[in-house]
Design a protein. Structure first.
Length: 196
């Protein structure tokens, strides 16, 4: 059956757009890098960089911080470490996307995170947002009803990571703990398996 010219032209444009988006998604997958060049972790107050298979990341949480039980469901896994004061946290969330990020866009991923945080904490507002090609992804601050979260959002293909340092809104900020949490966040290497 012959399709009308307008429908055929639309189909060709759609196919071309999808191919371009898929190619862009593939390029993102090849750019997974550490967020910074990790320095010797123990000298900085962090543990040695190790592979965490649960969240598909290499991480070096602050020394003496307590790992919490892994949280997991069908699309998301999260590992959290709590500071000695219990007012500061460092965490890594790994999640799967229903479609490649090239098709749905990072803004929709971010909105899902904000909506989830608002459901859990009664409110969530993006305070700052900056694109950072070194991640590649976004550097964010989200103020929730319970916590102030400073995060790196990294998405690639069908998956993403939300690596964060957070403080409790009800307690004074311990700047030394927050600095350690942010250092651990920026040393986290997502998506690269050991030896890559």
């Amino acid at each position: 059956m012959m399709l009308p010219i307008s429908h055929r032209a639309w189909s060709c444009k759609l196919a071309g757009t999808l191919l371009a988006l898929m190619a862009a998604g593939c390029q993102c997958a090849a750019q997974r890098n550490p967020t910074t060049a990790p320095a010797p972790a123990p000298a900085l107050g962090l543990t040695a960089l190790t592979w965490n298979a649960s969240v598909l990341a290499q991480c070096d949480p602050p020394s003496g911080w307590v790992a919490q039980p892994l949280e997991s469901d069908s699309r998301h896994t999260e590992q959290l470490w709590i500071s000695p004061s219990t007012n500061t946290a460092y965490g890594i969330g790994h999640f799967n996307l229903p479609l490649p990020v090239a098709l749905i866009g990072i803004d929709r991923v971010l909105q899902g995170i904000v909506d989830d945080m608002a459901d859990k904490e009664k409110s969530a507002t993006v305070v700052s947002r900056q694109t950072d090609p070194k991640l590649p992804g976004l550097r964010l601050e989200i103020k929730g009803g319970l916590y102030d979260v400073r995060a790196n959002l990294i998405v690639s293909g069908w998956e993403g990571w939300f690596v964060y340092a957070s403080t409790s809104n009800d307690d004074p900020i311990d700047q030394k703990e927050l600095d350690l949490a942010q250092l651990a966040r920026d040393h986290t290497v997502v998506g690269l398996r050991p030896g890559q």
